[in-house]
Design a binder for this molecule. Structure first.
Ligand SMILES: [Zn+2]
Length: 322
């Protein structure tokens, strides 16, 4: 895997390559963006480029001993720190290990490169400890924080790192990756890519957590005119958020079919195109807009911590007795 394998993030990759070429490498970076779009892969390749024995235009050769050791996560000057399943965030112990090690000279590379994955899960004491290191950064090392939620990170840390932005992937790019790399059926891949708005990590998470079964339950009852909060029995709070996303894409698909301006390829729920066409014939524009507004209002109720069962119950009544 090289910089060339990272799709849709050319601004981040070009920036990092040019910082190596122009000898303007910072001591600390924060890669910010949604999950599954290539932040970690970029960080690993940046570590290779910083240590590569024959780099080319700021990129790694992928073939020298340094590149191969980093690719195999077997290089003494390279490490990735991630929270484990048992941790409720990146622990202070892991951050202390980073701090302890990063002050040492590189063993065999030019730069020590430490990646802190899910940096936004660091609790206060861990962030405070890291801040001290960022205030007096060792010259032979590069620290890369990876985060989705920049607001969870102290502003004092943010001001001491170079921010690099990563963006959601184009929908057809996510579909292609799901088909080629994860061997998903093309229609299912399209549905997942549409519902996850270009966040590959989210698409994969949904697939793993039984998304299609949950979606069918919601769509069947919406189309059958029987939707009620009891259809969401056993849904966690994040499942409820997903249920609302499913509803939004469902009504949006019907709206698209009704407008007749787009091809079927524009639908998210492409595998349900026949039901979507039937719904489009019997539902009015005003009604559809109204239902979309109801779902959007429910999203904001959940954000305001309204009792989820109550919010979904009210939504069910409004949608079914329109
Ligand atoms: Zn190399």
């Amino acid at each position: 895997m090289s910089f060339e394998n990272i799709k849709g993030q050319s601004s981040a990759v070009d920036f990092l390559k040019s910082s190596i070429e122009n000898d303007r490498v910072s001591h600390a970076y924060m890669f910010i963006g949604p999950s599954g779009v290539g932040k970690k892969l970029t960080a690993v390749n940046f570590a290779k480029a910083l240590n590569c024995l024959s780099p080319s235009r700021g990129g790694p050769c992928d073939a020298c001993a340094q590149c191969r050791k980093i690719d195999a996560a077997n290089h003494p000057d390279f490490a990735v720190f991630s929270p484990t399943k048992e941790d409720s965030g990146l622990s202070i112990d892991k951050i202390r290990a980073v701090i302890r090690d990063i002050g040492l000279k590189p063993y065999e590379g030019r730069k020590k490169v430490y990646i802190i994955d899910s940096a936004d899960s660091m609790r206060q004491e861990a962030q405070n400890a890291l801040l001290k290191t960022l205030e007096e950064p060792p010259s032979d090392s590069v620290l890369i924080l990876i985060a989705e939620n920049v607001n969870a990170i102290f502003s004092t840390i943010q001001s001491r790192v170079k921010r690099v932005r990563f963006f959601p992937l184009a929908s057809d790019e996510v579909t292609r990756i799901l088909v080629d790399n994860y061997k998903l059926d093309a229609k299912r891949a399209q549905v997942l890519s549409g519902i996850s708005s270009g966040e590959l990590g989210k698409a994969l998470k949904y697939e793993k957590e039984g998304f299609f079964e949950k979606r069918s339950r919601i769509i069947d009852s919406l189309a059958g005119g029987t939707f009620a909060d009891s259809d969401l029995e056993g849904f966690s709070k994040s499942d409820l958020r997903l249920a609302l996303d499913v509803m939004l894409t469902w009504y949006r698909d019907i709206l698209i079919a009704k407008a007749g301006a787009c091809t079927r390829a524009a639908l998210v729920n492409i595998d349900k195109a026949d039901i979507i066409d039937a719904e489009a014939k019997k539902t009015g524009f005003k009604e559809l807009n109204n239902m979309i507004s109801q779902v959007i209002s429910t999203c904001s109720f959940l954000d305001q911590n309204v009792n989820p069962k109550l919010a979904m119950g009210v939504l069910g009544l409004n949608l079914m007795h329109r």
